[in-house]
Design a protein around this ligand. Structure first.
Ligand code: NAD
Ligand code: GLY
Length: 363
């Protein structure tokens, strides 16, 4: 069994909040909320899969604790992170009497978190918002740090806000129902934290591959705690990604976003694209003589051991570079990449030659 519930604090002055991480602690949702809000009206936003598994039951439990609850269910999948669904949610919330005293709960993966957070940030100029992430990716990344938003056609995450939650409640038990492919996609972001910020953590992942592949709850709780702490430190230092520090979280993502766009967001999961993107970024860093072969091999071996894809898909290289130029991280038309200099340390690098990027795509 996992250890006791752990609390990780995100220190952001009046926007500070706790991330509670445990096993079986979803049962304490009502108490978690009560400690952090005076509201008694909760709008739960979830998706069709998570509704049946958790959200409907959690809504009933809140009702039993005296809350007025409205449950809004979006179709599962990235397509729901769009303006039409946001409008549906705003209108339904208005019809159901949502006001500035209401709170929004996101119960689901990153799609639900980003969508619900965006609706919370904008309805009545901003409602209190809580994250109850149910995918590994959402537990280690998207539920922490306040980036919320929706996609425009052909432009992912293009409309959004920084809107910090009032609290994040993470229960590792929900990962038992998560499809294996989604679980592994989340592991790509876990590996990312080791590469960009914490060589010791990377080594512990190498040592714990069997426990991770076996979805050992205690190992998972420790991993999620470490990732949330690492993300909290970055967000505390650069909440709105203005100093460049927060951009380190985008290691592998310039490539990943291009792969996702080239596949019309249907070929691979975000975490799978990040896994391949990290391999491309490592090769680019090697070509630019920032790291040695051993680094590339270590990262490859860990990703392979965690059964993540590492091979570049067969999209046209020039098309991928054109897609990278549309990425939000492009600065004055220059391609920018987050590249390692050693395990546990990365830098934001400009002035990258296109021919090196094309060479880095070859696995
Ligand atoms: P997702 O939200 O689509 O969830 C993946 C699938 O798992 C869905 O079908 C969902 O219904 C299902 N699911 C969720 N929890 C489950 C559970 N416990 N058991 C069974 N099924 C479950 O995908 P995701 O990978 O969680 O999130 C991807 C999104 O996150 C993307 O839109 C990405 O842009 C966004 N993201 C945001 C940030 C941020 O900082 N805001 C960071 C990374 C990613
Ligand atoms: N997932 C990137 C960020 O939160 O900044």
């Amino acid at each position: 069994m996992a250890d006791d519930v752990n609390i990780t604090r995100v220190n952001l002055a009046e926007r500070s909040y706790d991330i509670e991480i445990g096993s079986g602690n979803l049962a304490g949702l009502a108490a978690f909320l009560r400690q952090r809000t005076k509201s008694s009206h909760a709008v739960i936003v979830t998706d069709t899969n998570v509704d049946a598994l958790y959200a409907d039951r959690l809504g009933d439990e809140l009702t039993e604790h005296g809350w007025e609850v409205h449950l809004l269910v979006a179709e599962a999948g990235e397509a729901s992170k769009c303006a039409d669904i946001a409008i549906d949610l705003w209108e339904t919330m208005l019809d159901e009497g949502t006001d500035r005293q209401s709170i929004v709960l996101a119960i689901g993966g990153g799609v639900v978190g980003d969508l619900a957070g965006f609706v919370a940030a904008t309805f009545a100029r901003g409602l209190q918002f809580f994250q109850i992430p149910t995918t590994l990716l959402a537990q280690v990344d998207s539920s922490v740090g306040g980036k919320v938003g929706i996609n425009l056609p052909g432009a992912k995450n293009m409309v959004g806000a920084f809107w910090q939650p009032e609290g994040v409640l993470i229960d590792v038990e929900v990962l038992t129902t998560l499809p294996d492919r989604e679980y592994r996609a989340g592991l790509a972001e876990v590996v990312k934290y080791g590469v960009i910020l914490d060589a010791q953590f990377f080594a512990s992942l190498e040592a714990d591959v069997d426990a991770i592949n076996g979805k050992d709850p205690s190992a998972l709780q420790n991993i999620i705690q470490r990732c949330c702490r690492l993300k909290a430190v970055v967000v505390e230092a650069d909440e709105r990604e203005t100093s460049g520090l927060r951009a380190v979280l985008n290691y592998g993502h310039t490539y990943a976003h291009a792969f996702e766009a080239a596949g019309n967001y249907g070929d691979m999961l975000h975490g799978e694209a990040v896994s391949i993107g990290m391999m491309c970024a490592a090769r680019l860093a090697r070509i630019m003589e920032r790291i040695d072969d051993e680094f590339v091999t270590r990262q490859f071996n860990l990703l392979e051991a965690l059964k993540l894809p590492t091979e570049t898909p067969g999209y046209d290289g020039e098309e991928l570079v054109a897609l990278m130029r549309r990425d939000k991280k492009v600065d004055d038309g220059q391609l920018r990449f987050v590249l390692p200099t050693k395990m546990g340390h990365v830098e934001l690098v400009k002035d990258v030659h296109v021919e090196d990027v094309l060479a880095s795509l070859v696995s």
